[in-house]
Design a protein. Structure first.
Length: 742
């Protein structure tokens, strides 16, 4: 497992995708539908005083009082809330009916660009090569192994078969035991990120009686393969405890290894690359603390590396009699790498191995027997640097494109000369490479195959910069066809995120080609709140500096207009989760710039959520957004931008909102409340469309083609927005207001 800063939350996936058709300006064959009336949502005013400020929420009732039960059992959603969500889904179906033929064509294109029987590059471990593959038409992966170097495969787990008949199925993790006899596998069957762990006998293919409920899903085996460690998710939906399960015993008797560290902290567990230790990570959004578990000791107890300190982050890997640690200690804002004796690993004994260099952010690293490799970013571009332990010599691996993505890939063995990495750009399909440290040679192991054909030379990828109000230069990554007219006429999809230090890579997305082939320019605004330009780029987009994220995005949109890539009303903005917050803010602040907005599982009810410390993510998130309960200024800052609290009487562009009923990260009621308030307050525009997946959570549909249906819907919506079809066919009036029911 590489050194990295793993406390950032998973985000909604960037749209992925697929192939040609007619220009974006051509009329669609489906005629617009007549305006449909949205379902009325009762206004039931609820008031409270916070910091001498009266807060009124007309739609607070949409939060089910039994929301924790609903995450575990969606059937327990109160009937009045279910009926509204189902009515919203029916309204969405009616409004989106004219784009259904286009969505179907897009889906067909996207599937044509996917190698349906694809397989991963095998990972060697002892006597076997482990890999996964898909069958043609299959939604889920098939986990396999074969004798090392070649031979007949053995199917270890067929997720398609297990998922049959289930509305939702996500294979979370598979980990074979060190002796290769057993495999722990975990799955989420609700979308609520509560994984059940099973153990399979690989000789018989049968699952043992061992079952562990309500876990994070990751397993770390002990060296003797007689037990494993896992993280239990508590009643508040926080990964809060580490247990040890012994094979053949009832999980009710599992041993508690580490207890709840507090509401603001999450626990993770992983294995070092050496295989010697398990690492328990205790994290919030500001600092980390690591504990080692000796996997050779059946009775191991956690051994603290160095106590947590406010603002200090660190990750550990093991190498012989020392630990190698990536950290921001001692003012190393963009991180450095230190070493410490295994016998005395606390901070007093840390010694610089790779010193801090401002502007060069060390993102992640991996440690092997003879060398280490680090992934770093400088001037917005990533590179890999391999360091030989014996000589201290370093070699960089980088590429020549103007914007590209580079990543470290998993490796199962410690004693290996191979570094595996991935490379792509917005026009170059993903490639998997092996770099041999001894011979200094690269071997291409796999290039993403596009069955319908793909010529990278037909596209242009660029990196340009917008100037924000405070003078900061905001990077924008672009993809468009080489023959696209850059005269301001092109429609443009602008994606943004900007939170948790997550950098959005300028990577290949096959589904985007369906927009680009229709004349769209695809753009990513690398706004503050991510680490696209180093750690300071993150710090200047969080807490009291959060408004910079929104200003950067609007500056990017305006720059794209000024630079003649597009024009007002031809931009469709897209973001998910914390990026959905971004969409909500710019909807309120600059609606005239955009022809449409797409908000995936949007975090839009920010103030109410941050005021509710019973929600699983709220206490940890105070370090990202601020604590409006204890801090009057944080309250004022959040209240000033929170999308739900700033909906105003103005026209809004068409907005497509996607939500998941069992989402524990952005709970279903946030988008539902936002849509209800938009309809109640807006003076025109629209339509505002909410579609809630009643069988899924934060990541949406679980199958690879089911997810493509959602992407095809989003892109069909974007195409419909820039033709003006929504404006011609639908001006949405405020929803009818029912009398308040208390």
């Amino acid at each position: 497992m590489p050194l990295d800063d793993a406390d950032s939350l998973p985000t909604a996936a960037l749209p992925e995708a697929t192939q040609p058709a007619s220009p974006a300006t051509a009329p669609h064959s489906a005629a617009p539908t007549a305006a449909a009336l949205p379902p009325p949502a009762d206004r039931r005013p609820a008031s409270r005083m916070v910091h001498n400020t009266l807060l009124q929420d007309d739609f607070a009732w949409l939060k089910a009082e039994n929301w924790q039960e609903v995450l575990r059992c969606p059937e327990k959603l109160p009937a009045r809330i279910r009926s509204l969500l189902e009515a919203e889904n029916a309204f969405a179906k009616a409004v989106l009916r004219p784009i259904a033929p286009l969505q179907s064509r897009l889906l067909s294109e996207m599937r044509s660009r996917i190698k349906e029987d694809d397989s991963s590059v095998p990972l060697a471990d002892g006597p076997f090569d482990y890999f996964s593959r898909h069958r043609t038409g299959g939604e889920h992966e098939i986990v396999c192994r074969r004798p090392r170097g070649g031979g007949a495969e053995t199917i270890l787990l067929d997720a398609d078969r297990i998922a049959q008949g289930k509305a939702f199925f996500d294979l979370v993790d598979t980990q074979h035991s060190p002796d290769h006899r057993l495999m722990a596998w975990s799955a989420d069957e609700q979308g609520s990120e509560l994984a059940r762990i099973h153990v399979r006998d690989l000789a018989t293919g049968e699952d043992l009686p061992d079952v562990v409920e309500e876990t994070e899903g990751v397993v770390v085996w002990t060296s003797d393969a007689r037990a494993f460690y896992y993280v239990h998710v508590d009643s508040s939906h926080r990964p809060a405890q580490v247990f040890r399960h012994r094979i053949g015993t009832d999980s009710a008797r599992d041993e508690l290894i580490m207890d709840d560290p507090g509401a603001g902290w999450f626990i993770t567990v992983r294995r070092t690359q050496s295989g010697r230790f398990g690492v328990i990570g205790v994290r919030d959004h500001d600092s980390t603390e690591m504990h080692l578990l000796d996997l050779n000791d059946p009775q191991a107890r956690p051994h603290l590396v160095s106590p947590r300190e406010p603002g200090m982050r660190y990750d550990v890997e093991h190498h012989g009699e020392r630990l190698i640690i990536r950290t921001n200690a001692d003012g190393a804002q963009d991180f450095k790498i230190v070493e410490a004796p295994l016998a005395a690993p606390d901070r007093l004994h840390w010694r610089d191995l790779i010193p801090h260099q401002p502007g060069r952010m060390i993102i992640a690293g991996a440690v092997f027997r003879d060398f280490m490799v680090r992934l770093e970013r400088e001037n917005g571009l990533p590179r890999l640097v391999v360091r030989d332990f014996a000589s201290g010599l370093e070699e960089a691996i980088d590429f020549d494109e103007e914007a590209y993505a580079l990543g470290l890939e998993s490796t199962l063995e410690f004693d290996t000369p191979i570094v595996r990495f991935s490379y792509s750009s917005m026009r170059t399909p993903n490639e998997i490479w092996d770099f041999d440290v001894r011979s200094r040679t690269r071997l291409l192991r796999k290039r993403q195959e596009i069955p319908s054909g793909h010529d990278p030379k037909a596209y242009v990828t660029r990196r340009i910069f917008a100037t924000a109000e405070d003078g900061e230069r905001v990077p924008i990554s672009l993809l468009y066809r080489a023959d696209t007219a850059l005269d301001g006429s092109a429609p443009l999809l602008l994606y943004g995120y900007g939170a948790y230090g997550h950098a959005v890579p300028a990577a290949f997305g096959v589904s985007r080609l369906s927009l680009v082939e229709r004349g769209f320019i695809y753009a990513i605004a690398h706004v503050r709140g991510g680490t696209d330009k180093g750690w300071s780029w993150y710090l200047n987009g969080k807490l009291e500096h959060k408004p910079n994220t929104f200003g950067d995005f609007i500056a990017a949109a305006r720059h794209l207009i000024e630079a003649n890539y597009t024009k007002p009303g031809r931009i469709v903005a897209h973001g998910g989760s914390a990026g959905g917050m971004l969409i909500g803010v710019i909807a309120n602040r600059a609606p005239g710039l955009f022809g449409g907005l797409i908000a995936d599982v949007p975090f839009v009810d920010v103030l109410n959520t941050m005021l509710d410390d019973s929600l699983p993510l709220t206490p940890p998130e105070w370090l990202e957004w601020g604590n409006p309960i204890a801090d009057r200024q944080a309250f004022a800052t959040i209240r000033d931008y929170s999308p739900y609290d700033n909906v105003r009487a103005q026209a809004y562009p068409p907005i497509l909102v996607l939500a998941g009923l069992t989402d524990p990260r952005v709970t279903y009621w946030e988008p539902a409340k936002w849509v209800a308030k938009l309809r109640a307050v807006m003076t025109g525009g629209g339509p505002i469309v909410l579609r809630t997946n009643m069988d899924a959570g934060h990541a949406g549909a679980s199958g690879r083609f089911e997810r493509l249906e959602e992407v095809a819907l989003e892109y069909a919506f974007a195409l419909h927005c820039v033709t003006g079809a929504f404006a011609e066919s639908h001006v949405e009036p405020p929803a009818p207001i029912k009398p308040a029911i208390r």
